[in-house]
Design a protein around this ligand. Structure first.
Ligand SMILES: [Mg+2]
Length: 228
């Protein structure tokens, strides 16, 4: 079984550190003021699509090249994670649940996240969690979440991960996480610890819905016991 975790709102509450880094990095590389960057909605978004949308919303003249934008974004992100302007934290139970998945024989902990790979690593390294994840799909694999999921699932197949794809899970905090699981034929588990309410998630009919991950042993056993 593979459990693919989303990051923001599922494992991590960056307290705005990620959004600020994206906006500040964009403004600096584009040569505009932070206030000129249009408001962006991060919940379930994919970094590579956000970069294109921001450029387009500013008239297309500010389409930044990824190789120009991401190095500065990552610097801003590293600064923000240790700045006292923000209080980033792991959500309760996240560390224990990831460890349970990583340490149980026959289970692999993966990632399906809109963060570009280097951004995902920066955020998870900050909490000492990156080393648990063997593989994943990232925001530099595709511009929509379904493509990100497809890339992550393919990597898990290539790595020979245990079980049928139909028994694997995506665990995320937004309707987009549920949808990307459906579109790729894996189970969807939703957790209402991020930008979507439990009612909004209910309407997407995930296979499992959790208020939070505060009881990681129970969450793990409900994922594990699904087919047994
Ligand atoms: Mg999320």
């Amino acid at each position: 079984m593979v459990v693919f975790f989303d990051i923001d709102g599922t494992l991590v509450d960056s307290d705005g550190a990620g959004l600020d880094a994206f906006v500040r990095g964009f403004a600096e590389v584009a040569g505009i003021k932070v206030e000129q960057v249009p408001p962006i909605e991060l919940g379930g978004a994919v970094d590579s699509a956000l970069l294109v949308e921001l450029g387009a919303s500013l008239g297309g003249s500010l389409r930044l090249r990824p190789e120009d934008f991401y190095p500065r974004y990552l610097e801003c992100l590293r600064e923000n994670l240790v700045s006292d302007r923000f209080a980033p934290r792991l959500l309760p139970g996240a560390r224990e649940l990831v460890a349970l998945c990583a340490e149980t024989p026959g289970v692999t902990a993966g990632l399906i996240t809109g963060n570009v790979r280097a951004g995902a690593q920066t955020k998870l390294d900050h909490f000492g969690l990156w080393e648990h994840f063997v593989l994943g799909g990232f925001g530099d694999d595709a511009e929509e979440r379904s493509g990100v999921a497809k890339a992550g699932i393919q990597r898990a197949l290539d790595a020979g991960c245990a079980g049928d794809v139909g028994d694997w899970w995506v665990l995320g905090d937004t309707p987009k996480d549920v949808l990307c699981a459906r579109e790729n034929g894996v189970h969807a588990a939703a957790v209402a610890s991020g930008s979507a309410t439990i009612q909004e998630l209910e309407t997407c009919r995930p296979d499992l819905l959790f208020k939070d991950l505060e009881n990681p042993a129970e969450v793990f056993s409900r994922l594990w016991d699904w087919h047994s």
